[in-house]
Design a protein around this ligand. Structure first.
Ligand code: MG
Length: 401
């Protein structure tokens, strides 16, 4: 009942990526603790391994990091540069398999099934990947190889930095996996499972699929599969992105324009973050509304110039909402952006150059936080805190087409 043989998935994770890029660009930083962060929120976005030795951690307030590591190099987040290096890394990885899926600025999956004749056994393949990244880019990464995707991810984290972990004996490796390592198992689920006496993934087998599902719903069903090492999640190469959108099915149908506006802010932030993560900007903002009777309407506005700023996306979406006169109630709201291209440069849009500079710095700071802690970590003043902190009961759909 274990996972099918013959499949091989790699998870490649760059080591302390932002800090490593800073060192790459300024070799004078070699050996020094590097702390990247700051901005309006004033927290650490990334810390080099040297800095971690002093107890500096991501999300720590910068003043605290300075106190722990006064001799460190404190640098601002340069997201454009990280995206640029990230693209080079992905090009190198694409040389190993066309089935490459980038999941963040410094992480990707590769489906290497059937590449043995090219690259050798899994360990040889892993070493070849690491060598290629180091030789071409000058940075180290940690690689996990496994017959299934989620174990590749867990494996890449086992031996950081500059590590290589090959899961050859699936059953033996599964026995070592704690629930805390399993992607998608959050603190709440862990608490519930902990209360049932579960700490390790394979212990979920004893509970049975039905009980897991009753306790945790869809996650329970998935956990059951994972406990047996089964994960048929494919590695999906990115299609060309034509638009980026986020939508939210509301907990309750609403006609409250203020609440809808707050949702728009949260959604605009997500859309803008995804733009920046992919090094893109967009020109046409689309508002999507679904009436309580499931009637779907969209309204679009094309901006004077391309943008990747949440504020501009939000301003346009909010104008569209204001101009839409039917009172509702609505059951779903969404924001999308199309007309995608390279990052906006020199275009003032709604902002003067200076304001925009400040805005970019703010956006970059947010990107850094989200890159570390996920979308939930962040709320901007004006956005209802519950929007980002309370998971909605109905689905939240992310789509990039
Ligand atoms: Mg990383």
């Amino acid at each position: 009942m274990l996972a099918q043989a013959g499949r091989l998935v790699a998870h490649v994770d760059m080591d302390a990526f932002y800090a490593a890029v800073e060192r790459l660009d300024d070799p004078g930083l070699t050996g020094r603790p590097i702390i990247v962060g700051g901005g309006r929120r004033g927290v650490v976005s990334a810390a080099s391994y040297e800095a971690r030795r002093y107890g500096v951690r991501s999300a720590m307030p910068m003043f605290q990091a300075r106190a722990r590591c006064p001799q460190g190099a404190f640098l601002p987040v340069r997201m454009e540069r990280y995206v640029q290096v990230s693209r080079q890394v992905m090009l190198v990885l694409a040389g190993f398999s066309p089935l490459l899926e980038q999941v963040s600025v410094d992480e990707a999956y590769l489906d290497l099934s059937g590449t043995e004749r090219l690259w050798g056994d899994p360990a040889q393949t892993g070493r070849a990947i690491k060598q290629a990244v180091r030789g071409t880019i000058g940075l180290t990464c940690s690689v996990g190889l496994a017959p299934v995707r989620f174990l590749a991810k867990i494996a890449s984290d086992r031996d950081k930095p500059d590590g290589l972990t090959v899961v050859s004996d699936l059953e033996a490796f599964l026995a070592t996996v704690s629930l805390a390592e399993v992607p998608g198992v959050g603190a709440k689920a862990r608490e519930r499972l902990g209360a049932m006496g579960l700490n390790r993934l394979i212990e979920a087998r004893a509970l049975g699929a039905e009980r897991l599902e009753r306790t945790l719903g869809v996650l329970g069903r998935r956990l059951w599969e994972l406990a047996w090492g089964r994960d048929d999640t494919p590695v999906t190469p990115e299609r060309e992105v034509k638009s980026i959108s986020n939508e939210r099915t509301l907990e309750r149908d609403t006609a409250d324009r203020e609440l809808l506006g707050a949702h728009l802010l949260g959604l605009s932030q997500k859309v803008a973050r995804r733009l920046r993560r992919q090094g893109l900007s967009g020109r046409t903002v689309t508002l999507k509304l679904k009436h309580a009777d499931h009637r779907l309407v969209t309204r679009s506005e094309t901006l004077a110039g391309p943008t990747e700023a949440a504020e501009e996306v939000y301003a346009a979406a909010h104008r569209l909402l204001g101009a839409y006169s039917p009172p509702g109630p609505f059951r779903l709201i969404g924001v999308g952006i199309s007309g995608l291209g390279d990052p906006a440069q020199g275009q003032a849009g709604l902002f003067t150059a200076r304001q925009k500079g400040r805005q970019n710095a703010l956006d970059r700071a947010e990107d850094a936080i989200v890159a570390r802690f996920g979308d939930q970590a962040l709320t901007r003043a004006g956005s209802l805190t519950t929007l980002d902190q309370k998971p909605f009961k109905r689905h939240n759909k992310d789509e990039a087409e």
